[in-house]
Design a protein around this ligand. Structure first.
Ligand code: C2O
Ligand code: CU
Ligand code: CU
Length: 483
């Protein structure tokens, strides 16, 4: 099978000396943050076309990389959809291999979900009609091709989807796209002499694919001009495996206002925020003091507890890496305050749960399972993903408690077709950061999730999986029907 990128085997940090030197000499130049084009489905008669295509992208000036994108060479447009609409989508596959487009976080029936069962062969067009029936939220879409998700997303197949509704508009939050409502798709990638490469090998297999270069919306070392007032940032962890541990370099507080499923009941003041692959958060940041400030991340803490086998490629010596630098412009014109109240959520009563299921995400322990070519050891409840096997059958409308645990490292657990709440973490009430409606949650300690299944998935099942994409592709995934 042809790979889009030159394969490279990284034995350890030592192999980075050459590229690192190149990077030092070339990466200094800050570039303006790219803002993905906005396609508002309403302005397009509620229809949207996406072409999945190969292309060439210059991440570093004068150096081209082979990449994949939607309607472009890397990543895709931001799709804005409105609650109550039925959005017609046409996705054409112009790649030389199969792909799918999964609407991560969208509450729609199984056959529209874009998981591994909705394959779009080369040259074909997939035309789902997406019923938008959920509250305002920051979602994203990405390839979910069977066994090929990690490589296709790494090469660029991801984009943002914004759901809006009247309740959110009534709150008058910053919502001028690209001005005071800014998407930040955060990823890490590996480069050699300025060209994107695909890390391979055992370490990649265990940890997931990571790189020594951060990018936001495909821009390396970005800066963004923002108005000197309250600004909304839509944070998306679009990395294959890296966890982002975000904070502003001046330690300023910000307000977390939305989780994966949409607005929280009220904003929460934080100074740092951890986002695992697949997770999103919306935050409000006050730039009215006019001072430039950088959003930065700490070194990735989520590596398997097998220290003797790895030499981390973290080049920062424990310091924070810049994600994006903000340069406030102009004088503050209007005083926009952080609202005290956002939404009132109807709470689901845990006593209505009719059943408990347990899921344990497991990784191969032995050398044989790690080095073997099969999926050895990666699975859920000891079973590796099998597209022909439906693992769980759930009743439509039922509420259940899912107990999820994981081995060796933190795994972001994602369930398709639902939003859930966290009932407990490690046997205790959940952390304040676990609140809100979620579709992806970090499982380091065991968690109990309260899930209601309102979307049918009879002919095409939904997935649940680890969102470290290499874990998912290697079998840490299962599927369930809802009928
Ligand atoms: Cu974001 Cu099953 O995926
Ligand atoms: Cu999903
Ligand atoms: Cu995992």
């Amino acid at each position: 099978r042809r790979s889009f990128l030159t394969a490279t085997a990284l034995a350890g940090g030592v192999a980075l000396a050459g590229p690192f030197a190149w990077r030092l000499a070339n990466a200094a130049e800050p570039r303006e943050l790219k803002i993905p084009e906005l396609i508002d489905a309403r302005h397009h008669g509620q229809s949207v076309s996406l072409r999945v295509q190969p292309g060439k992208t210059s991440f570093f000036p004068g150096r081209e990389s082979e990449t994949l994108g939607y309607n472009g060479s890397y990543l895709g447009p931001t799709l804005r959809v409105h609650r109550g609409d039925d959005v017609e989508v046409a996705v054409t596959n112009a790649l030389s291999e199969d792909t799918t487009v999964h609407w991560h976080g969208l509450l729609i029936p199984g056959e529209l979900d874009g998981g591994p069962h909705q394959t779009i062969p080369t040259g074909a067009t997939w035309q789902p009609v997406l019923p938008i029936r959920q509250p305002a939220a920051t979602l994203w879409y990405h390839s979910h091709a069977h066994g090929r998700t990690a490589e296709q997303v790494y090469a660029g197949l991801a984009g943002l989807m914004i759901v809006t509704d009247d309740e959110e508009k009534a709150l008058e939050l910053p919502s001028e796209y690209g001005v005071d409502d800014i998407p930040l798709i955060m990823q890490d990638r590996q480069f050699e002499n300025g060209s994107l490469v695909l890390p391979q090998g055992m370490r990649t297999r265990m940890h997931g694919r990571r790189g020594d270069t951060l990018m936001v919306n495909g821009t390396i070392n970005p800066f963004a001009r923002v108005p000197a007032r309250l600004v909304r940032l839509r944070l998306v962890n679009g990395a294959n495996a890296r966890f982002f541990d975000l904070a502003f370099t001046d330690g300023r507080p910000f307000h977390w206002m939305a989780s994966e499923g949409g607005l929280l009941e009220r904003p929460v003041e934080l100074r740092s925020l951890r986002l695992a692959p697949g997770e999103r958060a919306e935050i409000l940041v006050d730039f009215s003091d006019g001072r430039p400030v950088t959003l930065a991340t700490g070194p990735d803490s989520n590596v398997p507890r097998m220290r003797m086998m790895e030499r981390t490629a973290d080049l920062t010596g424990g310091e924070r890496d810049a994600v994006v630098r903000f340069e406030p412009q102009g004088a503050e014109t209007s005083v926009v305050k952080v609202p005290e109240q956002l939404l009132t959520h109807e709470r689901l009563d845990p006593s209505t749960a009719i059943r408990r299921r347990r899921f344990e995400m497991t990784m191969g322990m032995g050398m044989g399972s790690m080095m073997g070519s099969g999926s050895g050891g990666f699975g859920i409840n000891g079973r590796s993903f099998d597209i022909g096997r439906v693992d769980e059958r759930v009743g439509l409308g039922d509420t259940e408690i899912w107990e999820v645990s994981g081995a060796m490292m933190a795994h972001p657990f994602h369930i398709h077709g639902v939003h859930f709440t966290v009932l407990s973490r490690n046997g205790s009430p959940p952390d304040i950061r676990d609140q809100g409606l979620r579709d992806t949650i970090v499982v380091q300690e065991p968690v109990e999730l309260l899930v209601q299944f309102l979307q049918p998935a009879e002919n095409a099942p939904f997935m649940y999986h680890c969102h470290i994409l290499e874990h998912e592709d290697n079998g840490m995934m299962g599927q369930f029907s809802v009928s």
